[in-house]
Design a protein around this ligand. Structure first.
Ligand code: ZN
Length: 159
């Protein structure tokens, strides 16, 4: 089975999230709460990719990615592409765009940051440098690479 077949076959209506940074697919499933209902989700982990080496891929039937979802996905996988499938055909394909800021999803790694002692929502300003996402905490103003920052375990996803 070649890469193209694996990417887009066997889904009548829905979305294929492709070119996900390897080992980030499960974060995205949790972020979008794809496992919390009865949607049919197919996940590929560590698939070969010509451009990325290894990538993850998620297929979700009867689910369409909103621009808000796409911005959240970009925080985990800034190179991800979204394929919209209708009647077994890709009718639209677009790359996720990083949002200008992320609210609530991420936890500030600075132990002295006020977000740990006050009931405030975290806010990070997003910048990108060479496919590396850099986040600046709006409260303590420190800069972090994406990999330094943990997600909130029970956080709700908001814009
Ligand atoms: Zn902070």
């Amino acid at each position: 089975m070649n890469d193209k077949t694996l990417s887009v076959s066997a889904i009548k209506e829905g979305s294929v999230i492709d070119h996900i940074t390897a080992r980030r697919a499960l974060n995205i499933i949790s972020l979008l709460k794809l496992a919390d209902n009865e949607m049919r989700v197919t996940v590929g982990l560590n698939l070969k990719s010509q451009s990325m080496g290894l990538k993850d891929l998620i297929k979700v039937e009867n689910f369409f990615i909103s621009p808000a979802h796409a911005a959240q996905i970009a925080i985990f996988a800034s190179q991800a592409t979204i394929n919209v499938i209708e009647n077994y055909k890709v009718i639209k394909k677009f790359q996720v765009q990083l949002p200008e800021a992320v609210h609530s999803i991420l936890v500030c790694p600075n132990p002295h940051c006020i977000t740990h002692s006050e009931p405030v929502r975290t806010v990070f300003t997003v910048e990108e440098n060479n496919h590396c996402v850099i986040l600046r905490c709006r409260f303590c103003e420190k800069l972090f690479s994406r990999d330094e920052i943990q997600e909130e375990q029970s956080g709700t996803v908001t814009r």
